[in-house]
Design a protein around this ligand. Sequence first.
Ligand code: NAD
Length: 244
Amino acid sequence: MGRVDGRVALISGAARGMGAEHARVLVDEGASVVIGDVLDDEGAALAAELGGRARYVHLDVREYAQWETAVATSLAAFGRLDILINNAGIVRSAPIDVHPVADWDLVISVNLSGAFYGIRASAEALKASGHGSIINVSSDAGLQGYEQITGYNASKFGLRGLTKNASLDLGRYNVRVNTIHPGLIRTPMIGGLDFPQNHVALHRLGEMSELSSLVLFLASDDSSFSTGAEFVADGGESAGLAHY
Ligand code: NAD
């Protein structure tokens, strides 16, 4: 018996990286998944790998109509939608005094507006589920400042506000809404970046599976009394600086 048997999840940005890992774990635990991304070849390949309980749909999270199509795909293919994971995210780096305005607009539209669009488009289906769970993927950059990632920092803090609001508006329908806050995780987003993590309590990067286990907890009824909350998996990065 899986921990999310019979549940259906829609995951944005799931063609690769952590989103793909979450899809694999949820299917392993009995769920069906709709994989949304702009990387059509990778997304279709992942759906084929996962088999009959997976579908791929082209989903640019900046396009509200594509969210509506993704939700409709979930209902048509699997008859319901229980879990929304707003995972799609991008980062652009530059000091704030020279940060390109277009980069700010792009990062906010993907990371923050995209998550609102996802919640807005899936709210009715999640309410109908009777035990909906929305997981908004923030970051340690949603808890503290980092140099040169102005839009990313602001968007990841913004997801916390969106989460508090949505948890209040949707709680009466037993739809729970939480954020997760990964530290530095070995995914394509960070490329080959593998510098020492001696400033972090656990002194290492995180692995994707270490976030998927948190996502599984929040997606399942194991977290049935948690909403509007922030769940950190960062090796202690936000606890303070390790010096030795
Ligand atoms: P990744 O780059 O491997 O995956 C991100 C996915 O989002 C990609 O498949 C990409 O195609 C997709 N995407 C980008 N723009 C999109 C759009 N407009 N519409 C739909 N999909 C789009 O990155 P990852 O490291 O797996 O990151 C997943 C999430 O975790 C992101 O929100 C990221 O900000 C967050 N995060 C990552 C780290 C880390 O260290 N890797 C740390 C904290 C938070």
